[in-house]
Design a protein around this ligand. Structure first.
Ligand SMILES: [Zn+2]
Length: 503
């Protein structure tokens, strides 16, 4: 086992260097040899000698429960590299094209009337502008990256992934990804029906709110953020972001997590050639985590900082000696923990620092009611991401048509433009079949909170933050790599995963 762990540790070292290079690319646009480093990392996996050793351990029948899991995780990560040279060649091509396309996305800037606009500026227009045509302009400005992304090879990327999945023996790339993440490919089968059940109540509530706040009877995509601003205007309060670190440090301390003890680097303001998203780069477990974000000056922008810091803390709480088990941590748990911290944006334990009156409480109550009814609206984009791999994609129109068709099929929303803003969402390029993690992460964090509240007899987890921090560590973080997601969620909540708690 020692040798197996050493092998994992050697790979980890190269992978840390690889992550460092991607951090540079995402924060500056410079590529200092990502493809080459990826090749170096892959050479560990393609080595016949390494694979023979991994297989030997995997075939042993005298391993303990967690050793067995380590052996399985290692075997699973090596096995695909020993099918054929063609598979390995395709894998390299996919990685290289993904890297090229993420460069396109990271350095692209949308413009309005010839003026460059950052993602946070577009978001602020959509939240704040009383002029619907301005909001619409900002919303569609996000579609500007579709064509450059397509021209750089987005369809080729989708098709290479499809081919790769076939060669690996899977029906679709979706099945391959779910298998890699230890998820059953049937988990989504009931979602469409469950969403359809919710749509009438959802539309009724949305229409009611549109009547009150927008003076019309439906909420268009460019009204979504604006409507939230009308329901809870305090969320747009101007804040001084230069003090963000103290704010985060004081907040996380309440749960027993001391950011001063970790090494989390923050790069949070927009800059030319920097990715417009929010990320945590888990560079090296227990040593180095880096947060990329794009914020400006509004209270709500703390949501992303809370989320990414949640990732950073989770990363520092993992153990280096459990390097192999850490690979088995489900993306649902990772995003669930991050979303859990992100959701404190709406909790007094966080907002009390910024708001002293009670107005925000009433606003957030209304917001909560509204967002609850909309909770399943995340489903269409998850399905669009999957259906890219179940649909013939040749032209830019094929992608736009699929995006609008999905919105129609799932929500009954008619086509509302020439182009759909799909390209700007970097996940389709860099993290395919990943979006379900946020949504299922939310479901999981609801289950977790419920289990804590029942056990500790509180109404909100923030009433006992120290206990909750400890609970989170013991029940979720510590065992998170040791079990598959489905087993872990059962251990935490005593229940199987279901969408019930989101309705
Ligand atoms: Zn995240």
């Amino acid at each position: 086992m020692e040798k197996l762990r050493n092998l994992a540790s050697d790979i980890e070292k190269v992978s840390e260097e690889y992550s460092g290079l991607t951090w540079v690319q995402f924060t500056t646009g410079f590529d200092f040899g990502i493809d080459k480093k990826y090749e170096e990392m892959m050479s560990y996996y393609t080595s016949k000698e390494n694979f023979e050793y991994v297989r030997k351990i995997f075939d042993r029948n005298n391993l303990g429960e967690f050793e067995k899991r380590e052996a399985e995780l290692m075997f699973k990560s090596f096995e695909p590299f020993h099918l054929s040279d063609e598979v390995n060649k395709l894998n390299m091509e996919i990685s290289s094209l993904t890297n090229k396309l993420s460069g396109v996305l990271n350095t692209h800037r949308s413009t309005i009337n010839g003026v460059e606009m950052s993602s946070v500026e577009l978001a602020q227009i959509m939240r704040n502008s009383d002029d619907e045509s301005k909001r619409k302009e900002a919303y569609f400005a996000r579609t500007q990256v579709n064509k450059p992304l397509f021209d750089a090879g987005f369809a080729e990327l989708i098709n290479l992934r499809k081919e790769y999945a076939k060669l690996r023996g899977f029906d679709t790339f979706v099945d391959l990804q779910l298998d890699a993440n230890e998820l059953d490919s049937n988990i989504f089968s009931s979602w469409k029906d469950e969403l359809h059940e919710m749509v009438p109540a959802m539309n009724e509530k949305r229409s009611e709110m549109a009547g009150i706040y927008l003076g019309k009877n439906e909420v268009m995509p460019w009204d979504e953020a604006y409507l939230v601003s009308k329901i809870a205007p305090s969320l747009n309060k101007k804040v001084d972001m230069t003090e963000f670190y103290q704010v985060l440090r004081d907040f996380y301390k309440k749960f027993g997590f001391d950011l001063d003890k970790y090494n989390i680097t923050y790069d949070i303001f927009p800059r030319k050639n920097k990715s417009e998203w929010g990320y945590n780069f888990p560079i090296a477990v227990e040593k180095d985590a880096r947060v990329l974000a794009n914020v400006k000056n509004e209270y709500n922008e703390y949501g992303v900082l809370l989320h990414e810091t949640g990732h950073g803390v989770h990363h520092f709480l993992q153990k280096r000696e459990e390097m192999i088990l850490n690979q088995g941590i489900s993306g649902i748990i990772t995003e669930g923990i991050a979303n859990l911290f992100g959701s404190f944006l709406y909790d007094e334990s966080f907002f009390s620092r910024f708001f002293t009156d009670n107005k925000i409480k009433e606003e957030l109550k209304r917001y909560e009611d509204y967002s609850k009814v909309n909770s399943l609206r995340a489903i269409p984009s998850i399905m669009f991401d999957q259906d890219l791999y179940r649909t013939d994609i040749k032209t830019l129109d094929d992608i736009n048509d699929l995006a609008f068709k999905t919105t129609k099929d799932y929500l009954g929303v008619d086509r509302f433009g020439d182009q759909y803003p799909w390209g700007f969402r970097i996940h389709h390029t860099t993290h395919p079949i990943y979006l379900h993690n946020y949504f299922m992460g939310d479901v999981t964090s609801e289950l977790l909170k419920k289990s804590f509240k029942d056990k500790f007899g509180v109404e909100k987890v923030s009433e006992k933050p120290m206990e909750f921090g400890n609970f989170l560590y013991e029940q979720v973080i510590k065992p998170s790599g040791k079990y598959k997601y489905a087993e872990l969620v059962k251990k935490i909540s005593g229940k199987e995963f279901s969408l019930e708690c989101m309705k």
